[in-house]
Write a protein that binds this ligand. Structure first.
Ligand code: GAP
Length: 460
């Protein structure tokens, strides 16, 4: 029987089993900050490395970049983030809680309230939004009152100050997306790599947003990691590239990471909700315990960014097509994924309760620990450690010679370890070990010399 997983189960598992802890916990936590513990770090790293393998290592037309987190503030003026990257905020004057006005409207419309006809074309404009809230008779979700302040726009970029002179600091921003690095470095990469279109430039790394309503554990945070690829194409070839990345994104999420396909859907973003830079965009959503929410945005950014940086910097960012002897600004297709959101989706997807057993049915290739080595009795510890060294040449392993074997199996199941190698005295004499499979709980006797290839075969 499949039991619907609840967020509290995931949060408890993460905190009790070394996946994710509250950040700065000994000082009472910094709200909505999370630290990845030993297993969480490995799980997240595996998801990231598979993205790099699929989209950098295996493709001939993509390259990796690692740009600065703090860029020249002019980058964010040119990209539109300084004026456009803002949420409409509203306070409840009765309970003093703060809300995103557009999200309250979305929540009401999800309840089935018919959309006012003017909603579509005027959604983010503050005064109209306040009228929409009145029209839909929206009350405070926390205290039930209808006593809202005016709506104010709140910029999401996290500010910092750089001491550029002895007596003064200048304002800078922590990047709210990795993407602008690819645009600002476009000519450097294109020239030095001598690539012909189409080609992609990718970045994986931290981004920061001063989110007004962070929450749902690691789903919406102020500091998070993105995996973004900017795929530069000749204008006119953008629709075909968009379709290709739609199918590549789906393949990565369902086949590579192993999310159940019924828990992933792809939805078009309405024209009036598109970000300022895009011509077309679709969201990949995952069916989290708290509902369907975005895991990836796939956008056709046109030549918006290159054009904006070319105008603001005065540098020529155009591409020279030597075959047709033409200069132009390429269009950009951008699959932008949230690493933390995929990690959370992988945990929710894998959480399995079968009878008395609770375990993480993670795809073996993303499991934090691949093999757990268990000598049944202490006198087999030396051989156990030798087998650990043999296996750890190829896999991340754990060694454990304490407690009952049943309890050790349960611990390994709970963190999703797909294989457990048990050494007992009988098979020790025959130079065999027993491999226990997490999902079937079946055990197979394997020669020690064949152990690495046996496991490697099953991790593919
Ligand atoms: N460069 C385009 C861009 O940044 P986005 O939809 O704002 O697009 C891409 O972000 C992905 O980054 C999202 O689909 C989501 O998975 C992740 N993301 C965005 N904000 C986040 C946050 N506050 N916490 C965790 N992940 C976030």
């Amino acid at each position: 029987m499949t039991i619907q997983v609840e967020m509290k189960d995931i949060v408890n598992l993460c905190q009790n089993r070394w996946f994710v802890y509250p950040g700065s916990e000994i000082y009472g936590w910094l709200a909505n900050s999370w630290d990845y513990g030993p297993y969480g770090s490995l799980l997240k790293e595996n998801i990231k490395n598979l993205w790099l393998k699929e989209f950098i290592q295996k493709r001939m037309d993509t390259m990796l970049l690692d740009a600065s987190l703090i860029m020249n503030p002019k980058v964010w003026e040119a990209s539109g983030h300084v004026w456009g990257f803002a949420d409409p905020l509203m306070d409840c004057k009765s309970c003093k809680n703060r809300f995103r006005a557009d999200k309250l409207v979305d929540a009401k419309l999800k309840d089935g309230t018919p959309e006012p006809e003017w909603y579509a074309w005027d959604k983010t404009e503050s005064i109209r939004l306040k009228e929409i809230i009145d029209e839909l008779n929206i009350h405070c979700p926390d205290c039930g009152e209808k006593n809202f302040s005016d709506i104010k726009k709140f910029n999401l970029m996290l500010k910092t100050f750089l001491w550029v002179t002895e007596d003064g600091a200048s304002l800078a921003y922590l990047r709210p997306e990795t993407a602008q690095g690819q645009f600002v470095d476009f000519t450097n990469v294109a020239r030095s790599s001598r690539r012909k279109l189409p080609f992609g430039i990718a970045q994986v790394g931290k981004s920061f947003r001063n989110e007004i309503t962070p929450g749902n554990f690691i789903f919406r945070t102020r500091e998070f990691e993105q995996m973004e690829l900017e795929y530069f194409v000749t204008p006119g070839e953008d629709d075909a590239a968009f379709a290709e990345w739609k199918s590549e994104s789906n393949r990565y999420l369902t086949e590579v990471i192993g999310l159940k396909s019924e828990n992933v859907k792809f939805v078009p973003i309405k024209k009036e909700e598109l970000p300022h830079y895009s011509k077309e965009a679709w969201d990949f959503e995952y069916n989290y315990p708290f509902g369907w929410w975005e895991i990836e945005t796939l956008a056709n950014r046109t030549d918006y960014d290159l054009k904006a940086h070319m105008t603001a910097s005065g540098q020529n960012l155009s591409y020279f097509d030597a075959v047709n002897n033409k200069r132009f600004l390429p269009f950009v297709i951008e699959p932008a994924m949230g690493l933390w959101r995929i990690t959370l989706a992988a945990l929710c997807d894998a959480y399995t309760i079968e009878g008395e057993r609770t375990y993480l049915k993670l795809a073996p290739r993303i499991a934090p620990i691949k093999v757990w080595v268990l000598p049944v009795v202490k006198k087999l510890s030396d051989l156990g450690k030798e087998i650990y060294s043999q296996l750890s040449e190829d896999f991340v392993c754990e060694y454990d010679d304490v407690g009952s074997v049943g309890k050790r199996y349960a611990r390994m199941d709970e963190i999703g370890t797909p294989f457990c190698v048990t050494i007992d005295s009988t098979n020790y004499e025959e130079w065999n070990v027993t491999v226990r499979n997490r999902d079937s709980m079946e055990q197979e006797v394997i020669k020690i010399t064949e152990l690495n290839s046996y496991i490697k075969e099953r991790l593919k």
